[in-house]
Design a protein around this ligand. Structure first.
Ligand SMILES: NC(=O)c1ccc[n+]([C@@H]2O[C@H](COP(=O)([O-])OP(=O)(O)OC[C@H]3O[C@@H](n4cnc5c(N)ncnc54)[C@H](OP(=O)(O)O)[C@@H]3O)[C@@H](O)[C@H]2O)c1
Length: 326
């Protein structure tokens, strides 16, 4: 089968095409003939060695396609069914990938998503946005939310879901005016560049601050956002795009009556799989019903490096999807 992999860490050019044997599913797993694979910022972190992975590594944390074969003990899935799956061990940038049966949804009934590219564009970012807001932040109706990297895959889903959950105010921050304009179409009350964020939060909350910050950026934006939290506000830490992790001083949390909460879908898929499954099922239903809009840009599998490049140089908006065999 055709795949894109990297056998050393580095810039997007380390992604190369290769011919590999198609994997066979073991117990509890299925194999999927992939039509499309989503591209996630986490795959950039793997590729540059920010999160070490075994080499060579075929990236790809989410796919859509048809079931090719089912492993021992798998029920409710059969060859030929159209599915979307989280492939959190990677492997999605390939014509065939293994997926856990419990992290696979059949695209039928209330989860019927006709567009295959769209079906590859939601399995990671929409469940993550649900998990962040509902399970980690425990967002209450009437609370306010601030999303950093507001124009990206997770950010554009999170704004819509925060709004649906009854948030009274949904603010976003991005690096450029073009991204601010783009993100405004996803349910935000207002999106500004990071430089203007402190003033925006002060104006829109009467100086009180925001209840929840979704922070996948880290670095100086993490430090700045900490100062924008309302009393007992929660800063959700779920990424480090800036590659500038900093030590946490717990005393600062209680001095300032605020919380830092971590969220990692990979960890939860092992330790709380039913929670992730629930979010994946609901995400499929929200997308199928058109209740959450996922805007995506398609690339050929062979152009995976270009997709990584625009994620890394911060010029991407929305979600990026690879066309593998569609
Ligand atoms: N913990 C989890 O379970 C989990 C799951 C999924 C995603 N995530 C994280 O959530 C974030 C969003 O994921 P995504 O796939 O939807 O990506 P994305 O938001 O489409 O792209 C990443 C965004 O991060 C921002 N960014 C800030 N500093 C950056 C830097 N130094 N270099 C590159 N980008 C920078 C950029 O937006 P601006 O230019 O507007 O700042 C960029 O568009 C990522 O950080 C990802 O690692 C975490």
């Amino acid at each position: 089968m055709r795949a894109v992999l990297f056998d050393r860490y580095g810039d997007p050019d380390v992604l190369t095409e290769a011919e590999l044997p198609a994997p066979e599913p073991g117990p509890g797993r299925i194999s999927v003939d992939v039509t499309h694979a989503g591209v996630n910022f986490a795959e950039v972190m793997f590729r540059r060695g920010q999160i070490p992975v075994g080499l060579p590594h075929v990236p790809g944390l989410e796919v859509t396609g048809t079931v090719r074969a089912v492993g021992e003990g798998v029920t409710g899935l059969r060859p030929g069914q159209r599915v979307a799956a989280l492939t959190l061990d990677g492997g999605g940038y390939a014509e065939v990938v293994l997926a856990r049966a419990d992290l696979t949804v059949v695209l039928e009934g209330p989860r019927a998503i006709a567009d295959p590219a769209l079906a590859a564009a939601f399995p990671c970012n929409v469940p993550v946005a649900l998990g962040l807001l509902e399970s980690a932040a425990r967002l209450l109706p009437g609370e306010s939310v601030l999303v950093l990297a507001a124009a990206g895959g997770v950010g554009t889903a999170a704004a819509q879901l925060a709004r649906r959950a009854g948030a009274s105010l949904v603010l976003g921050a991005v690096s450029t005016a073009t991204k601010a304009e783009y993100a405004a179409g996803f349910g935000y009350d207002e999106v500004v560049r990071y430089e203007a964020l402190a003033e925006l939060v002060a104006d829109r909350t009467g100086g009180r601050g925001v209840d929840v910050v979704l922070d996948s950026v880290g670095g100086e934006q993490r430090a700045a956002a900490a100062g924008l939290l309302a009393p007992l506000g929660r800063q959700l830490i779920f990424g480090d795009a800036a590659q500038q992790d900093a030590p946490v001083q717990p005393d600062h949390l209680w001095f300032g009556s605020r919380a830092l909460v971590g969220y990692n879908i990979g960890d939860l898929a092992h330790r709380a799989p039913a929670l992730v499954r629930g979010h994946l099922e609901r995400a499929a239903e929200l997308v199928a019903a058109g209740d959450v809009r996922v805007d995506f840009t398609e690339f050929a599998l062979a152009d995976a490096a270009e997709a990584h490049r625009i994620l890394t140089d911060r010029s991407s908006t929305g979600k990026l999807v690879l066309r593998v065999n569609g």
